[in-house]
Design a protein around this ligand. Structure first.
Ligand code: SF4
Length: 89
């Protein structure tokens, strides 16, 4: 089952199979500076109470296959947060 959650301003979604990939769960839990992702026994869990703390750093978008992790800006019509430009690009 995909993982998702919505706050007042931010929604996060993680598709399958990424959401049940233990390596991705671990990476997401470590990369997000405000703990929006938790590693729940090898599954990604969205921590709803932290969603609106998102600082739009884009680090989570670099984890897993392209497009598997999405951050939607609900305050901006649900616009997707873009992946940061690749270093040096
Ligand atoms: S954009 Fe940054 S702060 Fe927001 S969910 Fe992703 S890693 Fe966390």
């Amino acid at each position: 089952m995909a993982a998702s959650g919505s706050g007042m301003f931010i929604r996060c979604e993680v598709d399958e199979p990424a959401a049940s990939d233990a390596a991705i769960a671990k990476q997401l839990a470590s990369v997000c500076p405000v703990d929006i992702y938790a590693d729940d026994s090898g599954r990604v869990r969205i921590v709803d109470s932290n969603l609106d703390e998102c600082i739009l750093c884009g680090l989570c978008l670099e984890v897993g296959p392209a497009g598997a992790v999405r951050v939607l800006k609900l305050y901006d019509g649900g616009r997707l947060l873009e992946r940061p430009a690749a270093a040096g690009a």
